[in-house]
Design a protein. Structure first.
Length: 103
């Protein structure tokens, strides 16, 4: 048993623990400011875009379909893609708003 205690490090354990905690804090801060925060900002911008869509806006869906908003619901949107052809799809399928009717 004395041999095991002789091999254990003596003192200095507290200093390495504090430096390890500081390092973990720094890594968390880097992840927060470089990954988490920009993703949250992008998600808020996307929510604002989807909330601002109104009838008459020209949109492009995530799958590449170009059309004009013909009707809106809480969850779905009716898109006129030409020749009086309308497609009902989820609001989240909107990739971008090309132009607004008001502009």
């Amino acid at each position: 048993m004395n041999l095991l205690f002789a091999m254990a490090p003596q003192g200095g354990g507290e200093g390495s623990m504090v430096s390890t905690l500081i390092m973990f804090g720094a890594i968390f801060a880097i992840f927060y400011f470089m990954i988490i925060r920009p993703q949250q900002k992008k998600a808020k911008e996307r929510e604002a875009l989807l909330a601002s869509v109104k009838k008459g806006d020209k949109i492009i869906t995530a799958s590449g379909i170009h059309g004009t908003v013909a009707g809106l619901d809480d969850v779905t949107v009716l898109v006129d893609v030409g020749n009086n052809t309308k497609i009902k799809m989820e609001r989240t399928a909107i990739g971008q708003v090309v132009s607004n009717k008001d502009k």
